[in-house]
Design a protein around this ligand. Structure first.
Ligand SMILES: Nc1ncnc2c1ncn2[C@@H]1O[C@H](COP(=O)(O)OP(=O)(O)O)[C@@H](O)[C@H]1O
Ligand SMILES: [Mg+2]
Length: 288
């Protein structure tokens, strides 16, 4: 199936098992006059296998929320639940356990890598993290080869390379190969396509959909681009000044927006259907 057809099937997840939820999640930076409420009492329920987008302009609090979801930053107030139970990441061991369940890819793939480690050692780390330390060399190579082919990279051509020898698009695909090996329940992708060219962007979106379809991952996709969110997600949450002003099924929110802010974001994308009827995407995936 071409990526655009697959992407346009917006499913309803309301009755599916819960994966990650939040109640009154809040983050305040600074104090007094310098106080910024970056995330302001947000509630959410993300379900198993759901493709969720969080959409808002720059400064709306998306990255701050991402860091709390990943357990990289503490909420000032509120509670995060993992698979329906209060999340406990109160010590290093519990955090490590939590990170088996949630992993991220970021805007700048180069920032996530130690540039001095060769690519095969980057992938080997993922296998070891998933308890594969004692597998044979052949088994590990087979897993790395499979992960690379999932993202259309050739493992044999990568083994002796360093991350800086790859293009931005290839690096982002390598990030996705790591996710494929680690198989977390949840992938959080914070603007993963904003630093790559249009062609790589379509490929990366297709791979995120494949992670959901083939592994059943929940994907939390963070973007400022409401057209892209409509095209790819089941559910969207619209974020303005740290609050969710509107959320629901992608079709409902974007075709019948209620909040003034959503209407404004949509009016910035004059032809939402035409723009995201990406004929180029079809060509790319069908050529494979
Ligand atoms: N470490 C920080 N210290 C102080 N203010 C911050 C910090 N991180 C983010 N902010 C502020 O929080 C708000 C939301 O930022 P951010 O989460 O990065 O938004 P987005 O990812 O949607 O662009 C902004 O006003 C930003 O300036
Ligand atoms: Mg951000």
């Amino acid at each position: 199936m071409a990526v655009s057809e697959k992407a346009m099937e917006h499913k309803d997840f309301t009755n599916k098992p819960l994966c990650l939820s939040g109640r009154g999640v809040t983050k305040v930076f600074g104090m007094g006059d310098k106080k910024t409420v970056a995330v302001d009492h947000v509630d959410f329920d993300f379900h198993e296998g759901e493709f969720v987008s969080i959409v808002g302009e720059s400064g709306s609090g998306k990255t701050t929320l991402s860091k709390m979801l990943l357990g990289l930053s503490n909420a000032t107030e509120g509670e995060i639940l993992f698979q329906g139970k209060p999340r406990d990441i109160s010590n290093g061991k519990k955090k490590k356990e939590y990170w088996k369940g949630i992993q991220a890819i970021f805007q700048d793939p180069f920032s996530s890598f130690n540039t001095f480690h060769k690519i095969d050692s980057v992938l080997l780390d993922c296998i070891n993290m998933r308890g594969g330390k004692n597998l044979s060399k052949e088994e590990k190579t087979a897993m790395m080869t499979e992960a690379c082919s999932f993202v259309n990279l050739k493992f044999a051509e990568l083994t002796n390379k360093y991350p800086f020898e790859l293009s931005g698009g290839q690096m982002q695909r390598l990030m996705i190969a790591r996710i494929f090996l680690m198989k977390p329940k949840i992938l959080l992708a914070d603007e993963p396509t904003s630093m790559v060219d249009a062609c790589s962007r379509a490929t990366i979106l297709d791979m995120l959909l494949n992670l959901r379809d083939e592994i059943g991952m929940t994907v939390i996709f963070i973007t400022h681009d409401i057209g892209l969110a409509y095209y790819i997600s089941d559910t969207v949450y619209i974020m303005e000044h740290g609050k969710f002003v509107e959320y629901g099924k992608a079709d409902e929110v974007i075709l019948e927006p209620k909040a003034a802010y959503t209407k404004r974001l949509i009016s910035d994308v004059p032809k939402i259907h035409e723009e995201w009827d990406l004929s180029t995407v079809d060509l790319l995936t069908e050529a494979e």
